[in-house]
Structure formats: C-alpha cells, structure tokens
Design a protein around this ligand. Structure first.
Ligand code: HEC
Ligand code: HEC
Ligand code: HEC
Ligand code: HEC
Ligand code: HEC
Length: 396
C-alpha cells in the first residue's frame, strides 16, 4: 500500500525558482514589519488588534500602487494585504513578527527557536541541515510539492483515502478543502476555510471546538490548551496541552461500528477532538483500531501491536512508570479532558502517547518530521533521556 503513495517525479528546478522569487518579496515585507515593530512592545493577546489598514486593503490600490505586502497586484480573499503565506511565512529571522499592534506567528523563518509546529524552512534548506522533502509536509507554493510522496502514507483503506485521490502533495494547503486549518471539505453543502476565525480567536483552554475560532489553533474540532506564545519559550511547566484518549477507537468514513471523521454539516473533524485523530483524518491507518478495510494498529488496544499505538495511555507499570516529568521533546496528551493550565507533571496510567509525541506537524530538521534524530536512538547505547527513551526508559 505504501508503494501506491510514491511517485517518480522531479520538480526541483521549479521549486528553487519559486523559492528565490518568494524570498526576495519576503525580505521586503520583513523589513517593513521589523520597522513597525520597533515602536511597539507586544503584550500577550489573542484577538486581532490595531488599525484595519495594518492588515486589510479595500481596493489593493493607493496612489495607483498595490497595497499588498509583496506588492502583488492580485487582491486576496477577505481583503487582507497578504495571503496566509504573506503574513505567516515571511522568511525573516524571528519566530514571531509584529504587524501593527498584533503578534504574527511565523512558520518559515531562520529564528533560533521554532514555534510548536516546527518550521517549513527545513524542507527547502533555508534553515537547518539541508533541503529534504522528508523533513515535513510540503506546501506547494511555499516549499514545492513532495518529489517522492504523492498520497499521505497510512491513508485509511476506504474511499480513495490511501492513494491520493482525495488529498495529495499537489493540493495539500494551509486551510479549507485539502487543508489543515479551518473547516475542511465534506461535500458541497459544507462550510469551507478560515473566514471569521482570526477576529474571534480564543486563547488558552479550547474545549468547545464547534468552529475554527474556538478550536485548537483553528484546527476545526481539535481540543487542547494553547500556550500564549506558541511555545516560543516552552519549558516543562509552560507549554501547549493536547487532548488524547486512553485507548484508540475504530475510525473510518462511515458505516459499521466505525466513528466517522465526516461531521454532519461542517466537514472533516476528529470525532473525539484528539490531536491523533486529527492526524488520522489523513493518515488513518497509522492510528485506527482494525476495521473491515484498515488493519490499523491491530484488532485490540493491547500489545502486541502491529503499528506504534497512539491515543493510548502509558501503562502505570514497567518502564513507562518512570516518565513523570513533562518533556517538551516527547510530549504526551491528557485523557482527563483539556486542563485549565499546562503542567509539568506526567501521570502514567492516565497520560497518553500521541502522534505529536514523536512528530511535529509542519516540519523539523529530521527525516519523517520527527522531533529528534532517530539515528541516535541506540538500544543499550548507554545514552538515554531523549526521544524514544523518554517513555522506553529501560531500553537505553
Ligand atoms: C492584525 C491583522 C488584522 C487587523 C488589524 C484587522 N483584521 Fe480583519 N481580518 C484579518 C484576517 C487575517 C482576516 C481573514 C481571515 C479570517 O477571517 O480569519 C480578517 C477578516 C476580516 C473580515 C471577514 C471575516 C470576519 O471576521 O467577519 C472582516 C469583516 C474584517 N476582517 C474586518 C476588519 C476591520 C473592520 C478591521 C479594523 C477595525 C480589521 N478587520 C482589522 C486580520 C486583521
Ligand atoms: C493579514 C495577516 C494575516 C493573514 C492573511 C492570515 N493570518 Fe493567521 N494570524 C495573523 C495574526 C496577527 C495572528 C495572531 C493572532 C493571535 O495573537 O492569536 C494569526 C494567527 C493564526 C493562527 C494561530 C491561531 C491561534 O489559535 O493561536 C493560525 C493557525 C493562523 N493564523 C492561520 C492562518 C491561515 C491558515 C491563514 C490563511 C487562510 C491566515 N492565518 C492568514 C495574521 C494573519
Ligand atoms: C489534510 C491531510 C493531512 C493531515 C491532516 C495530516 N497530514 Fe501528514 N501528510 C499528508 C500528505 C499529503 C503527505 C505527503 C506529502 C508530504 O510529505 O509533503 C503527508 C506526509 C506526512 C509525513 C511524512 C513526511 C515526509 O515527507 O516524509 C508525516 C510524518 C506526517 N504526514 C505526519 C502527520 C502528522 C503527525 C499529522 C498530524 C499533526 C499529519 N501528518 C496530518 C497529509 C496530511
Ligand atoms: C510518549 C511515550 C512514547 C514514546 C516517545 C515512544 N513510545 Fe513506544 N510505546 C509507548 C506506549 C504507551 C506503548 C504501548 C505500551 C503497552 O501498552 O504495551 C509503546 C510501545 C512500543 C513498542 C511495542 C509495541 C508492542 O507491540 O507491544 C515498541 C517496539 C515501541 N513502542 C518503540 C518505540 C520507538 C522505537 C520509539 C521512538 C521512535 C518510541 N517507541 C517512542 C510510548 C512511547
Ligand atoms: C513512537 C513514535 C511515533 C509515533 C507515536 C508516531 N510516529 Fe509516525 N513515524 C515515526 C517514525 C520513527 C517514523 C519513520 C518510519 C518508521 O520507523 O516506520 C514515522 C513515520 C511516519 C510517516 C511517514 C511514513 C512514510 O512512508 O514515509 C507518517 C505519515 C507518520 N509517521 C504519521 C504518523 C501519525 C499520523 C501518527 C499518529 C497517528 C504517528 N505517525 C505516530 C514515529 C512515530
């Protein structure tokens, strides 16, 4: 099945061209916001603040010239002065830029610290140890499409989810149909995109998740606790919190005893609001309990598994019992609901392994967008404390 997800295709030249064009426009915008930023001291804030003209242009024209940050004459949806990438991927040197009086989180930059989801700049080599499509989710207009992976590996074995007919590297985008943020596609009647989320954005405990604005990071249906600076200054006690289950459930499109990722009216969402189910909406076979069409992690949520489990509570005995201090390098999810605040305490028996225990969600400097260098995880190598060893404490 994995073979069906790969393809023979180049595209490197095109990627480089796009990248250099983009880089120069980003530098211009970067200078602009850095200049504005000198006069401000941003406080923690959740909503959009400031003058409309900081972010919007009514006609994309002033003195006959475009008002878009990148000087493009093509106007953007919702009259913003940039696209998602124009605002969030400026290729500057900071993880957070300033726009008017608002803080603008960056997903493509050379700053020393990456925000929680990582940094798409590792894919192009703009930051880190060299370009590689394996380092993250390729977003075509930003990084070029993935030259090897076409479909998401581990797509659920149902209704063309495992061969790229639905989502693939050519159409994977930031938000909306085939995107990750905002409402995602479920048919012509369903809501699309992110419109309205920014001005209604809530912060902190996100346990309602019935629209993008009150979902974790505008990921419709996902619940969690949002760290106020997107983990720019994360520590064991100050960090995002993720929702998880004590045991994974059977997921699918519909039918039988599976829980569906298709909501009645609002498109795709994780049925229980967990981060791992969210990833499973595209990589379902790496997460689900066995169904009639997908073998998943196995038939029951107990060892032996056939794939590494997620949304599964750490056993309170054995090697797992020693993971008691939260490690932002191998985080866990909470199974007792979304907490009111982040905590440095890990409770085996309750807290669970999830996709983001090992992966970041945008890109990292390591293959398979892992949080750490897998090639340094040596059994009986005498060096523990990171990566797999945070949970598998006796294998070092
Ligand atoms: C810091 C940036 C920023 C500022 C300042 C800002 N906006 Fe927006 N606004 C956005 C973005 C980004 C969107 C599009 C994405 C979305 O809707 O989530 C948007 C969308 C909108 C929308 C359509 C969606 C909705 O929420 O109704 C309206 C209307 C709007 N803005 C009006 C305004 C007005 C009026 C002002 C000034 C009083 C203003 N905005 C100031 C960033 C900003
Ligand atoms: C005009 C600039 C602008 C545009 C265009 C824009 N954003 Fe934003 N976005 C912002 C600002 C400013 C914030 C920070 C809000 C805050 O402080 O929580 C933000 C925050 C976010 C967040 C974090 C929300 C949270 O809960 O912390 C996400 C996710 C996001 N934007 C996604 C997008 C996507 C996807 C698009 C394109 C559909 C987009 N943005 C377009 C300015 C913009
Ligand atoms: C909207 C669909 C979608 C969602 C949601 C999604 N992915 Fe993916 N993922 C893809 C596609 C398409 C690819 C293949 C293209 C690529 O790698 O750029 C992919 C590739 C990957 C890869 C391999 C990267 C590489 O190039 O080797 C990993 C790892 C991954 N995803 C993990 C995750 C995790 C973890 C989450 C949840 C935080 C997630 N994905 C959510 C669509 C998705
Ligand atoms: C956040 C904690 C966590 C991290 C990090 C983690 N694991 Fe696991 N791992 C678990 C849990 C929980 C189980 C299932 C334990 C059980 O119920 O038997 C498990 C089980 C396993 C199993 C046995 C599966 C079976 O059939 O019993 C292997 C092998 C494994 N992990 C390898 C790894 C490797 C390799 C890494 C690093 C790439 C890793 N794990 C990282 C928590 C973790
Ligand atoms: C215990 C750590 C761990 C957890 C938890 C984990 N992964 Fe992975 N993932 C890896 C490693 C290591 C690889 C590299 C390939 C391998 O070892 O199978 C990988 C590879 C991948 C790939 C790329 C496969 C390819 O063909 O290139 C995808 C996609 C992926 N993971 C998605 C997920 C999703 C979705 C989840 C949650 C449902 C998840 N992973 C949970 C460690 C993990």
């Amino acid at each position: 099945m994995i073979n069906g997800t790969t393809r023979e295709r180049g595209g490197a030249m095109q990627t480089q061209d796009n990248y250099w064009k983009r880089k120069t426009t980003f530098y211009k915008f970067g200078l602009l916001v850095t200049f504005v930023g000198l006069f401000l001291s941003p406080d923690a804030q959740a909503l959009m603040t400031g003058n409309c003209a900081d972010c919007h242009t009514m006609h994309n024209s002033q003195d006959g010239q475009p008002m878009n940050f990148d000087s493009s004459a093509i106007p953007n949806d919702n009259l913003t002065r940039g696209s998602c990438l124009g605002c969030h991927a400026q290729a500057g040197s900071s993880a957070i830029e300033i726009i008017g009086t608002s803080r603008l989180p960056q997903v493509y930059h050379t700053g020393g610290t990456d925000l929680a989801a990582g940094n798409f700049a590792y894919i192009t080599g703009f930051k880190g140890g060299g370009a590689s499509d394996r380092k993250g989710h390729n977003i075509g207009p930003l990084t070029g499409t993935d030259a090897v992976l076409y479909a998401p590996p581990g797509g659920i074995g149902q209704a063309f989810h495992d061969n790229g007919y639905i989502v693939n590297t050519d159409n994977l985008t930031c938000a909306g149909t085939n995107g990750c943020h905002g409402y995602r596609f479920a048919g012509d009647a369903s809501k699309e995109g992110i419109r309205g989320a920014h001005h209604k954005n809530l912060d902190g405990k996100m346990d309602i998740a019935d629209e993008p604005a009150n979902s974790y990071r505008f990921l419709f249906g996902v619940m969690g606790y949002e760290n106020v600076d997107w983990e720019e200054n994360a520590s064991a006690s100050v960090h995002n919190e993720y929702l998880a289950l004590t045991a994974p459930v059977a997921l699918g499109c519909s039918g039988g005893s599976v829980l569906s990722c298709h909501s009645a009216t609002n498109g795709i969402e994780p049925p229980d609001g967990t981060m791992s189910q969210y990833c499973a909406s595209c990589h379902g076979n790496f997460h689900t309990l066995e169904t009639s069409t997908s073998d998943g992690i196995g038939a029951v949520a107990a060892s032996p598994f056939i794939r590494h489990p997620t949304d599964l509570a750490l056993p309170s005995s054995g090697e797992y019992a020693a993971y008691t201090n939260y490690d932002v390098g191998s985080p866990i999810g909470r199974t007792t609901g979304v907490p009111d605040a982040s905590s440095a305490v890990v409770t085996p028996g309750s807290d669970a392994v999830m996709c983001l225990s090992c992966h970041v969600s945008h890109a990292s400097d390591y293959p398979s967008m892992l949080r750490w260098d897998y090639s340094t995880m040596i059994a009986d190598g005498g060096v523990g404390g990171t990566g797999c060893f945070v949970c598998h404490t006796t294998k070092d």
